[in-house]
Unconditional design. Structure first.
Length: 308
């Protein structure tokens, strides 16, 4: 049978079957869809442009227009974010559609958007400490501008810090879209639920994975290929992983974790000022001031806690 003949005779039945499936799933769940993902990407660009004017612009911004530029980006981001957050909230609302006069999701979306915009100066201040940590922690870094323009870690961390705020505000789906966008751009996979202190630096970055329930202290430095993951998954009666439990490790302050290290488990804690060597597989806690090679902890000399 020729393709055109088949398309005319049988393809309509395939289209009808797909339409029925979508009526049951896609439209029923009011999915955000690809258009919503693109909106989220635009929101991220606008929010980061508001925090760091000129960073991603094709033309220089005159000093007298910076305030206007920031304001316009905030407005653009806020309007689009409010719309997509409202849709995400409706997706998660079991009562959506029961009362056509209900405005709970719309009102909550506005509150969330306002809270995020109010948080931008604080988010920017933490990002400033991340930039400083990169400059001080990498002898190849020549300026803050170089870090912001060329280091993948800055893209990943700046997107994460916006997404984490929305995660804290219990926004469904959108924070994960944001950090997976960063993952696509940089190869750095940070779940928006992770809690990361200020002065955070990821050197090189490719292949870094940070899980949802991981906590990271201040002044921590990671190298490429580091995994902060789950040791095993607790399962329910049906054998499915139990959600909402602590699965990922806690990292103390001023810890350095070298390339390829894997640290697993919700009960694993790496103490302050520790150094975890390259390719170490670690599934148990280590006290503060410990150096670990091949998962064998050794006391660390205080002066040796440096960039090796």
């Amino acid at each position: 049978m020729e393709l055109k003949t088949w398309l005319n005779s049988e393809a309509p039945a395939v289209a009808e079957a797909l339409d029925r499936a979508n009526q049951q799933d896609y439209y029923k769940n009011r999915s955000i869809g690809f258009a919503g993902k693109q909106t989220v990407y635009r929101v991220l660009d606008a929010l980061r442009a508001a925090m760091f004017p000129g960073l991603n612009e094709t033309e220089e911004i005159a000093p007298e227009r910076v305030n206007l530029f920031i304001g316009n980006n905030i407005r653009t981001a806020a309007v689009e974010l409010c719309e997509v957050v409202e849709l995400a909230l409706k997706n998660a609302c079991p009562r959506y559609g029961e009362d056509e006069h209900c405005h709970i999701c719309r009102d909550r979306a506005a509150e969330i958007t306002i809270e995020l915009v109010r948080s931008l100066p604080a988010i920017r201040e933490v990002l400033r400490t991340d930039i400083e940590a990169a400059y001080l922690g990498d002898p190849a870094a020549c300026s803050a501008e170089e870090i912001m323009l060329s280091y993948p870690a800055f893209d990943a961390i700046s997107i994460y810090r916006i997404a984490h705020k929305l995660y804290e505000l219990k926004v469904p789906v959108i924070p994960r879209i944001m950090t997976e966008y960063a993952h696509q751009l940089t190869g750095i996979d940070i779940h928006p639920g992770a809690t990361i202190g200020k002065s955070f630096f990821i050197d090189h970055g490719t292949g870094v994975v940070i899980g949802e329930t991981c906590t990271i202290g201040e002044g921590v430095k990671l190298y490429q290929g580091v995994t902060l993951g789950a040791k095993s998954f607790q399962t329910d009666e049906a054998g499915n992983p139990v959600k909402g439990i602590k699965r990922h490790p806690d990292i103390g302050d001023r810890v350095v974790i070298y390339a390829g290290a894997t640290i697993l488990g919700g009960d694993t804690y790496v103490g302050d000022d520790s150094v975890i060597g390259g390719n170490v597989w670690l599934t148990h806690s280590v006290p503060p001031g410990t150096k670990v090679y091949n998962a064998q902890p050794q006391p660390i000399i205080k002066s040796a806690v440096t960039n090796e």
